[in-house]
Design a protein around this ligand. Sequence first.
Ligand SMILES: O=P(O)(O)OC[C@H]1O[C@H](OP(=O)(O)OP(=O)(O)O)[C@H](O)[C@@H]1O
Ligand code: HPA
Length: 183
Amino acid sequence: MNAMQHYFDERLASAELIHSAETVAAAVTRVAGEITEKLAGADPLLLCVMSGGVPFAGHLMTQLQFPLEFDYLHVTRYGQKTEGGELSWRALPATPVAGRTVLVLDDILDEGTTLAAIVARLQAMGAQACYTAVATEKLNGKKKPIRADFVALTVPDRFVFGFGMDVSGHFRNLPAIYAMKAD
Ligand SMILES: O=P(O)(O)OC[C@H]1O[C@H](OP(=O)(O)OP(=O)(O)O)[C@H](O)[C@@H]1O
Ligand code: HPA
């Protein structure tokens, strides 16, 4: 076994399971229903926030059976760290958002800084309506600058990973959600 595989296995073995893959999948399906009720007929532009939003966006969009478009934006503020810093914009959506109903998809609403900045930016770019959906919201008791319109699951106030969320760039590919034991 190589060192990377060993690190991966050890980290997972000592992590606490927060939401199983089945629970995650069921919650995504529930949110797909809520989004369908609200946005079917609006021809929304779905915007995946790279990179963490990828699993949520991918699983969700196959369950939306109405006309929509898909694109991405890229903004980051955690990098390889477990505490957020300055926002760094890497890519704005290539698809014009002016006059559109947009739905932003991300893995986690933690302090809310990222999602609030994205919505402000999209509104400044002329989006007609800007909805937000997250796979998880962290229950950290903090006053947040934004509430998500659609929330699949809540997570405790710990550093979590899996289903898009990374620890130093790894573990995004896990279908379940875990918390680090020592943090
Ligand atoms: O609510 P906040 O405290 O602002 O944190 C949430 C943001 O942090 C993570 O992004 P990150 O900067 O780690 O980039 P990534 O998606 O590439 O992991 C996550 O994907 C959210 O976009
Ligand atoms: O708890 C977290 N885990 C991974 N990425 C994150 N980005 C914000 N909060 C978190």
